[in-house]
Design a protein around this ligand. Sequence first.
Ligand code: HEM
Length: 415
Amino acid sequence: MTAAGRDHETIPLEDVLVSERELWLDGPPHALFRRLRDECPVHWTSRISEYPTEAGYWSVTRADDIHAVSRDWQTYSSEVGGITTVTEGFPLELIRAMFIGMDPPKHDRLKMLFQAGFVPRRIAAHEPRIRQIVGDVLDRLEGRDTADLVTDVAQPIVSRVIGSFMGIAPEDDAEWAALMNSALGADDPDLNPGGVESLEAVELPKIFERCREMIAERRENPSDDLTSVLVHADIDGQMLEEHEIVMGFFLLVAAGNDSTKATYCSGMRALMEHPDQMKLVLENPSLVPSLVEESLRMFPAFSHFRRTATRDTEIGGQKIKRGDKVVMWYVSSNRDQSRYEDPDFFDVTRNPEHQAFGAGGRHFCLGAALARLELRLMFEGTLARYPRIELAGEPAYAESDFINQLKTLPVKLGS
Ligand code: HEM
């Protein structure tokens, strides 16, 4: 255990390294973030022990400051340096081939291709099909006393939902899910057993190969799925290059596979750990939309996203130099005590605003309406069928300062 690690409650804040693995073994270090918000809201982490050649970074921890960073894309770029604390884990040219890793104008043009299909009204039309997917997956639990909500429920549901948007065959869902889990959970020994080296040597080439097959097929036979949108995209008279199509596909499948699963599982865990809150929802199912927002607030699927300063500037009185990494910790801003009363309390009636989908800037989550619909149907479906569901073992977090998710959540179904 490094001095910069577990002892963060007593050691000087200038010695704290926010993304050290040991701080995140049991989920985000909320006590540390509270201390940072109170005492040092824009904090410098000087190094990342597991990546000794990586530069340090600024942590922005208060909601107002994150809102300001998020909205100022000219000063805080998603394109010049990567979008997470660590730049080395994933080739920068591939990050920049996804619109999450681009700045305007290219970002806006690419995002626009998808935006119409993701507005709440269009997403609402998918409700019957998503309800069916949730029902089918829950049907498979028939006759079982126990299950793992991560692998038996959440993963197959979210994989099929995004798979159907992308035109992935159902029998390929599990393989895509495994590839995406190893890419996003690159630091976790269970999600990515081969380690970061294997990601570049094995998983990424596999993703590219599988994706190229789908692209070739869509070129021959255009359809109305999102893969076809990428393949046939015309950005000011230019088609996307193949690596941009592959990474556009990757972005959508990765975001769809991971995030909703994470928030559903953490929300279910919180309900099981707070029987009074569970009772409120069971007695009044119209609280589910509020439960969704409270789960997003307390358990945002991504702990952070990052920008890079394009000029010397200042946030919250702290001077930032051109080229510095600036990390927006959504896990912190969503518990900012200046915005929420009793922020660590899970309150299914709160129906809060939050920054789980980003803080209002250009990169605001494309999938927010889809995620909200999926979460509502997943909570509704699970609670209607298993109102006596309870924890049946110790849940475990993915080891990551980026994906904020449980990798196992054993339950007794109580049917
Ligand atoms: C609980 C569910 C979800 C959460 C918490 C979430 C969170 C986020 C966040 C925080 C960002 C902003 C990144 C930044 O600040 O740079 C983002 C962007 C994005 N999300 Fe989501 N997301 C969720 C579900 C989804 C789903 C289901 C999709 C499916 C398509 C999706 C697609 C995207 C895309 C494409 C972007 C990039 C937007 C851009 O760069 O303009 N997300 N998401």
